[in-house]
Design a binder for this molecule. Structure first.
Ligand code: 26W
Length: 812
């Protein structure tokens, strides 16, 4: 790659065009060109991947296997060009060919194989694993349809299928020769042979798992890893001659199963649904992955007894937790190891990251579903469960603990407890969250095995989320910190702190932000036809829509501002543009109503002459990775306002911080650690803290009292009830906050309790904004102190404290 010039890059692209699309540069469409560029880069990565594989094998290194049902990769062309160091050469070559490089990059659809935080984290981690030269692979499903495309029609969310593969498969390499076979259902037959009990599964349904690999380039290294996405195929086409043999039903069962398994990503985020297809997806991907890892291990070492020394499997939440019984199955049934040896190997190989404390997100599979779909796995789960129960009883002698920690209980299989029993390490994703796991959610397991519990504070890929997407700021950082060292040593950003009194630098930051706002406004106009007021402060809340994240609190504050403006049209009012972006799970009715309310509010505010050039509300359609990449550099305020104790981490907050936005937030998730490095003076905190929330609940929280005592709050809620100019009323949301609904307690997420202090924080924030010098200073400190939130740091901690693998140390 080092040897590419603009000219040779142009030639390489036109060669690919001729060979693969039979066209000349002049005839090629932008889509052809995008794919041809991908092929050129892939060729380099493929060679490097082979070298990496050979070296790993030669040096007998321990490999990291990162299993996740979601990898929210976004686009890859710019990312790969960046990591291979050829962005400028590629841009130049495309220009020479008569194309606008940005148009070519824009052709690529997002690989949206994830919902939100957990999936994007997995994608950032692949980049750091590779950059730190750790032999690693990611594993997931090659969903035909990723996270749905969101359209807003008449103010409401409509979901459209995300058919990404036509263009997005430019990066996928099918590996049919590494196919695995996964079995469902059937019956078990047991027999003794050589003093060994054998269990055979018969009459099962087969699904073939075909790997489609995506190579992952690291930055500043030739080390190359891959993401393995499993596609489902039927073992054979339905053969009508099977009719006579009576095998027809079995064959059509297999075809039907293969057809649906890899069809679509489940769009629920932080909410467990218990659908049997989801369990099929989980086992399909787990079984194929374990078989593939085991096969390669045996090829290299000829035995499985050292499996745990050469492999570590990190599971991203409980979704891949069946890896525990599946590895046991293979070690016992296929390799003939005893239970104790197999358990020893398994529990030294698998580690679990928890990403949520919300009760409704915890997976509990119905026992009869597991039993009929996965009979052998069920048997193994029963044995694991019994042994774990005995261990708990011996330790606590307390029936309450036995019940609480049980793996199988009340007709359900509890996946989190399975992970507590079967994993060598359990970690939360922020300091506060890991503490909550120990104090609360997993308190009893912590009491029994405290050494297993760790914290690894999440990080983000700062090369993508700062350097690649914000060239203006990247340039300034390079000038001020003496080059590009920060790309591999993110703590170098601290050097920026020294410029807090440098007026030239502060002004320059203001100019960069303004230019980014202008370019985002162009993008928003092109994509959605909205005209943004770039003179206004850009105040942004983008994330999945969930009640605990409290987008409704943000909307309530906007209603409050709007009412003030209407009551007092001549008041001093600095122009304020509120931007929202959020997908609601299709089955989450309340979340969809909140989207509708934001759109009703936006409609009224944006039409009202009193708001002209002063107050604007915009709901950005179809929030996704590539939209976030445009938005982060342009944002000035980051809304991180979840109820304390609910957001495990939050990762958007760090992307905003790195791009110089200031946070209005509660002491929740990552905000706590951001506060530790920023102090009160560089962010706008408000609201009840975790212990205060608990205390409020204990003492009987009464939102109605707040409503009757605070006239401003009452006016806001009454407006929701009375409705907006479009005729839509939100009595349901009003009732939910004041009375509770369908069994939910009133104002479950305590919006009313935090309303006054939220308004106060927004007021402080606006006052500060009027002093642009002060604002830019704060913004500078935010960027300077964001280095600790780089994914490279998080991956180094996993490597040191959980995986025990070496990695490339970047000398500071
Ligand atoms: C079974 C349904 C389901 C689907 C997804 C349950 C739970 C999930 C995820 C664990 C939800 C998720 O993405 N959690 C987020 O993980 C991020 C990365 O650690 C954190 O930053 C977020 O705070 C957390 O909500």
């Amino acid at each position: 790659m080092e040897n590419f010039t603009r000219e040779s890059m142009r030639k390489a692209i036109s060669d690919k065009l001729r060979l693969n699309f039979g066209c000349t540069v002049e005839e090629a469409t932008e889509a052809n060109v995008m794919k041809a560029c991908a092929m050129v880069l892939r060729e380099v990565m493929a060679d490097r991947a082979i070298d990496t594989r050979k070296a790993t094998r030669r040096e007998r290194k321990r490999k990291v296997h990162y299993m996740s049902l979601e990898f929210l990769m976004g686009r890859s062309l710019m990312k790969n060009a960046y990591n291979l160091g050829v962005v400028e050469i590629l841009r130049g070559a495309l220009e020479d060919m008569g194309f606008d490089p940005n148009d070519i990059f824009e052709m690529e659809p997002d690989a949206g194989l994830g919902n939100g935080g957990l999936g994007r984290l997995a994608a950032c981690y692949l980049d750091s694993l590779t950059t730190l030269e750790i032999p690693a692979a990611g594993y997931s499903i090659c969903y035909e349809l990723g996270i749905f495309r969101q359209k807003i029609v008449d103010g409401q969310q409509v979901e459209l299928p995300d058919d990404w593969k036509g263009m997005g498969d430019a990066w996928l390499v099918p590996k049919p020769e590494e196919m695995e076979e996964v079995h469902f259902g059937g019956t078990l037959r047991e027999f003794w042979d050589d003093n060994h009990l054998h269990v055979v599964n018969e009459g099962y349904t087969r699904v073939l798992a075909v790997p489609c690999d995506m190579e992952i380039a690291g930055y500043g290294t030739k080390h190359t890893n891959f993401l393995r996405l499993w596609d489902a195929k039927s073992p054979k086409p339905i053969d009508m001659s099977l009719f006579q043999k009576g095998d027809y039903l079995q064959a059509s069962e297999e075809a039907a199963m293969a057809e649906v398994i890899a069809k679509v990503l489940y769009p629920e985020d932080n909410h467990y649904e218990g659908k049997s297809l989801r369990l099929k997806q989980q086992y399909f991907f787990v079984s194929a992955t374990v078989q593939s890892i085991v096969r390669k291990h045996i090829q290299a070492y000829g035995t499985l007894t050292n499996f745990h020394e050469k492999n570590v499997i990190q599971i991203n939440d409980t979704h891949p937790a069946l890896v525990i019984p599946e590895l046991m199955r293979i070690l016992i049934d296929d390799a003939g190891l005893s239970w104790d040896v197999a358990w020893d190997i398994t529990t030294k190989s698998v580690a679990y990251t928890n990403h949520t404390v919300l009760a409704e997100a915890l997976e509990r599979w119905p026992q009869n579903l597991v039993e009929s779909l996965l009979p052998r796995i069920w048997q193994i789960l029963v044995e694991i469960s019994n042994r774990w129960q005995r261990k708990v009883e011996d330790y606590y002698h307390d029936p309450k603990k036995t019940e609480e920690m049980a793996i199988i209980w009340g007709g359900e299989v509890r996946m989190a407890n399975l992970c507590l029993a079967g994993c060598m390490a359990i970690n939360g994703v922020s300091a506060l969250h890991s503490q909550i796991l120990k104090d609360d959610l997993f308190h009893s397991a912590y009491g029994m095995e405290p050494e297993k519990f760790k914290n690894v504070t999440n990080g983000i890929d700062h090369r993508r989320w700062l350097s690649e997407i914000n060239p203006g700021l990247d340039g300034l950082i390079r000038d001020l910190t003496g080059g590009d060292a920060y790309l591999l040593q993110p703590m170098t950003l601290e050097k920026l702190d020294a410029y807090a009194e440098d007026s030239g630098v502060l002004e320059c930051m203001g100019k960069i932000k303004k230019a980014n706002k202008e370019s985002f406004a162009k993008y928003a106009r092109r994509e959605q036809g909205v005209v943004l007021n770039t003179e206004a402060i850009f105040d942004v809340q983008v994330k999945r829509l969930h009640e605990y994240k409290r987008q409704l609190l943000n909307a309530m504050h906007i209603i409050y501002l709007y009412q003030q403006l209407r009551d007092n049209p001549n008041m001093d009012f600095y122009p304020h543009t509120f931007l929202f972006g959020a997908k609601a799970a299709p089955g989450y009715a309340v979340a969809k109503r909140i989207i509708q309310l934001i759109n009703s509010l936006a409609d009224q505010v944006n039409k009202d002459p009193v708001c002209k050039d002063r107050l604007q509300v915009v709901f950005l359609e179809n929030y996704r990775v590539s939209l976030a990449e445009q938005l982060m550099p342009a944002s000035e305020v980051s809304q991180q306002i979840s109820l304390a104790g609910k957001e495990a981490r939050g990762t958007g907050n760090m992307k905003f911080m790195m791009n110089g936005a200031l946070t209005v937030g509660t002491l929740d998730g990552a905000n706590v650690e951001m506060h530790q490095v920023l102090g009160d003076e560089n962010m706008f905190l408000f609201g009840h803290k975790t212990e205060e929330v608990a205390e409020l609940r204990r003492s009987g929280y009464n939102p109605y009292r707040l409503y009757s005592r605070d006239p401003a709050l009452r006016a806001v809620l009454d407006q929701m009830n009375a409705g907006f100019a479009d005729g839509n009323r939100y009595e349901d949301l009003h009732e939910r906050l004041l009375m509770g609904q369908g069994g939910s307690s009133p104002d479950e997420y305590m919006l009313l309790a935090d309303f006054a202090s939220y308004c106060e924080a927004e007021r402080r924030m606006m006052e500060t904004y009027l002093d642009q010098r002060r604002w830019n200073q704060m913004s500078l400190h935010n960027i300077a102190r964001s280095g600790v939130f780089a994914a490279d740091r998080a991956i180094a901690e996993y490597a040191d404290n959980i995986w025990h693998v070496p990695y490339k140390k970047q000398s500071v």
